[in-house]
Design a protein around this ligand. Structure first.
Ligand code: IMP
Ligand code: MG
Length: 332
């Protein structure tokens, strides 16, 4: 039995979706639960050549036996979640907690003007204003929404029961360590903590139940919205290096910088990480695209991985070599 938490070590968009979708299949995960903030997240999963862009539903959907849950800490846009459930055809195995907070049109409106838009550069999805109303205890929760009724589930009980029964559970975080409300570059952060312990709280798992924390770090750093980014390169230079990425939710070009060892090390500390996943290594070293064996890496790529392990002090167990679920080196 094992309980694995997956979180991002930089500013989000590190490729958690791909790592989660690989792990649910490889480890035959019976329950995959999403913590994190809300539909401000965008996860990309490429399964058998088909690209899925998700904002609410756990990326574990690619394993057809996996139960998919959204924890009470998450704020939910009913329209977005219902659309994803229908498009993926996962209604039979999907559940969300009765206490998920509900985003209403007024939250989206408030998120698209004033200092949230101009100063913070939020995703405009209503996530922050909804969390604000939740703190004021005036927000609606999922159990009050008739359209969600058939999916209501006791998420903490399901997860803890699965662990008691000796099954594999995966807890999916969202966003990234440095846009955490507590540990990020405040005020240029999201509206909740997003580190591993917060993610466990989001879904109702206590700290003693966790076995592994996988810290996902992309082979270079990107950030959307405002806030300091050490070593930031120009958008032109990012294009030259193939580091130009565009937001899953907002379509904005992400700002880019080289891999940051100090940030990765601090993120490992903040999250209590036990292992590292390095994603998009094929963008730095195109010759290894699609590799699934460590022996396929050239000397420069090996030197990079070894330097990461030495500087962060953790083993790099998973290496992403392309967007596909199977384009991965698993050294566990
Ligand atoms: P909010 O979470 O929409 O309030 O946005 C606050 C900040 O977090 C902005 O800089 C967003 O671009 C950033 N952000 C929120 N969610 C994500 C994510 O999933 N990936 C990357 N950045 C995010
Ligand atoms: Mg994303």
């Amino acid at each position: 039995m094992s309980c694995t938490v997956v979180v991002d070590g930089f500013f989000g968009d590190g490729g958690k979706g791909k790592i989660v979708s690989y792990l649910v299949v490889a480890d035959d995960v019976s329950v995959c639960a999403r913590g994190g903030v809300g539909p401000n997240a965008g996860h990309t999963v490429v399964d058998n050549g088909v690209t899925f862009k998700l904002r609410m539903v756990p990326c574990g959907f690619v394993n057809h036996d996996t139960r998919l849950l959204i924890g009470p800490g998450v704020v939910v846009n009913p329209e977005v979640v219902l659309k994803e459930v229908e498009e993926l055809g996962i209604g039979e195995r999907f559940g969300l907690d009765p206490q998920c907070a509900i985003i209403e049109p007024k939250h989206i409106e408030a998120d698209r003007k004033g200092h949230l838009k101009e100063k913070i550069g939020t995703t405009g999805t209503g996530t922050g204003p909804c969390n604000s109303d939740r703190a004021l205890r005036v927000v609606k929760v999922a159990r009050e929404i008739p359209e969600l009724k058939e999916y209501i589930a006791d998420v903490p009980a399901e997860l803890n029961d699965a662990l008691d029964a000796g099954e594999n559970v995966l807890i999916e975080g969202t966003q990234g360590t440095y846009i955490s409300l507590y540990h990020g570059t405040y005020p240029y952060v999201t509206s909740n903590d997003v580190c591993a312990s917060a993610t466990c709280s989001d879904v109702g798992i206590g700290p003693t139940r966790v076995d592994e924390v996988v810290l996902v770090c992309k082979a270079y750093v990107t950030r959307v919205g405002e806030g300091y980014l050490e070593g930031e390169i120009s958008q032109e230079e990012a294009k030259k290096r193939g580091w130009d990425e565009y937001g899953t939710v907002t379509g904005r070009q992400r700002r880019a910088a080289p891999f940051n060892y100090a940030l990765a090390k601090r993120a490992a500390m903040l999250n209590g990480a036990t292992q590292l996943a390095i994603t998009k290594l094929d963008i730095l070293y195109p010759e290894l695209k699609g590799a699934s064996d460590y022996d396929e890496l050239g000397p420069e790529a090996v030197a990079f991985i070894e330097k990461v392990e030495e500087k962060v002090g953790l083993p790099v167990t998973l290496i992403g070599t392309g967007p596909g679920v199977k384009e991965i080196i698993d050294r566990r």
